[in-house]
Design a protein around this ligand. Structure first.
Ligand SMILES: NC(=O)c1ccc[n+]([C@@H]2O[C@H](COP(=O)([O-])OP(=O)(O)OC[C@H]3O[C@@H](n4cnc5c(N)ncnc54)[C@H](OP(=O)(O)O)[C@@H]3O)[C@@H](O)[C@H]2O)c1
Length: 318
């Protein structure tokens, strides 16, 4: 009898946690995007590739902004075959190099006349430093997208109504911003253990939420809006550089039970990119295609302004 109650309790706990962390509403928006141009960073794999497919199916021209030419071009071939949209192209972008971000923006602005949607999706949880000496996680997850967005803002304004969508994570909720560490060490956290990488990752995801908050304020009145989101717990290549035994167990066991596929993982991004009438929610954070209130530190005007100013310095804008 005890065993039976225990099993039923386990099953109930599983269904509840699955509902909260894994289940994703499907975005069924019927908007047609013919004549629109969309950039998806990290669109060659994972959530980004599924997002690019969802956008391309609706008829937009899609720019896959990826660091690897080979992986990017392979993804372009797959996506053209999958969606029947031949307006999908690869453009090289390495977010771990400010020079590459600038070159991408220059190339894009020269060769493309429109920008209707910028989807800052690419991200990692890897050790090391960027070409410019920033902590890899700070550089790729925040400073690169910060610079990219700013370099493309005038084009977004010209094409308004337009949007910037920043893929964050529920992990932002345990993140903090240590301005001293950023200023002194040009990193989000010290140490190189897996736990330290995870810490820096959650901090970077808080940066995404604060960046979205500040960007929305700065864009008021322009008809360019900005949203951040949690895609869900998704089976992808994200944990590739975290190798300790517990992450192997998570991959082998937990992610099978508590993670979803990349198509489901793209639904909240598609919602933020395409849902009609959410402009008044610019600057806010979404999960499972629903508005979620973030903790006070993630919507604090003073912190978001300070992060913006430090980001201007680290990206060479100021
Ligand atoms: N998976 C989850 O459960 C989960 C949960 C919360 C949030 N997220 C967020 O969702 C986003 C997508 O992650 P994912 O799960 O789809 O991971 P993924 O499968 O590892 O895809 C990450 C993408 O980012 C690209 N990327 C990494 N470093 C880059 C750089 N320096 N320059 C340009 N692109 C770079 C990768 O390119 P390569 O293929 O060349 O490496 C890849 O295309 C990330 O922002 C992540 O933080 C994911």
């Amino acid at each position: 009898m005890f065993l039976l109650i225990f099993i039923v309790a386990l099953l109930i706990a599983y269904f509840i946690t699955h509902r909260i962390f894994v289940h994703r509403r499907t975005f069924n928006g019927t908007a047609k995007l013919y004549g629109k141009t969309v950039i998806v960073t990290g669109g060659n794999v994972g959530i980004g590739k599924a997002t690019a497919a969802g956008i391309a199916m609706r008829g937009a021209r899609v720019i896959l902004a990826c660091r690897s030419k080979q992986r990017g071009e392979e993804a372009v071939r797959d996506l053209i075959q999958e969606t029947g949209n031949d307006g999908i192209i690869f453009m090289q972008l390495d977010l771990a190099s400010l020079k590459s971000v600038r070159a991408f923006a220059e190339n894009f602005l020269k060769s493309e006349s429109r920008l209707d949607l910028l989807i800052n999706n690419a991200g990692l949880a890897s050790p090391g430093r960027t070409e410019d000496g920033l902590g890899m996680i700070l550089g790729v997850n925040h400073i690169g997208p910060f610079l990219l967005t700013n370099l493309l803002l005038d084009r977004l304004k010209e094409c308004a109504p337009s949007r910037v969508v920043n893929v964050s994570s529920y992990g932002h909720d345990v993140g903090t911003i240590d301005f001293d560490c950023i200023t002194t060490h040009r990193r989000l956290a010290l140490g190189s253990s897996d736990a330290d990488l995870f810490k820096a990752y959650t901090h970077s995801k808080l940066c995404n939420v604060l960046f979205t908050h500040e960007l929305a304020k700065r864009l008021e009145g322009t008809n360019v809006t900005s949203y951040s989101l949690h895609p869900g717990s998704v089976r992808s290549e994200l944990g590739r550089d975290i190798n300790e035994w517990f992450t192997r167990i998570i991959k082998a066991f937990v992610s099978k039970l508590w993670a979803t596929d990349t198509v489901s993982g793209a639904q909240t991004t598609l919602y933020c990119a395409l849902q009609e009438d959410i402009e008044h929610l610019s600057g806010r954070y979404f999960s499972d295609s629903q508005l979620v209130q973030v903790k006070p530190e993630a919507r604090d005007d003073g912190i978001s302004k300070k992060l913006w100013e430090i980001s201007e310095k680290l990206s060479g804008m100021a």
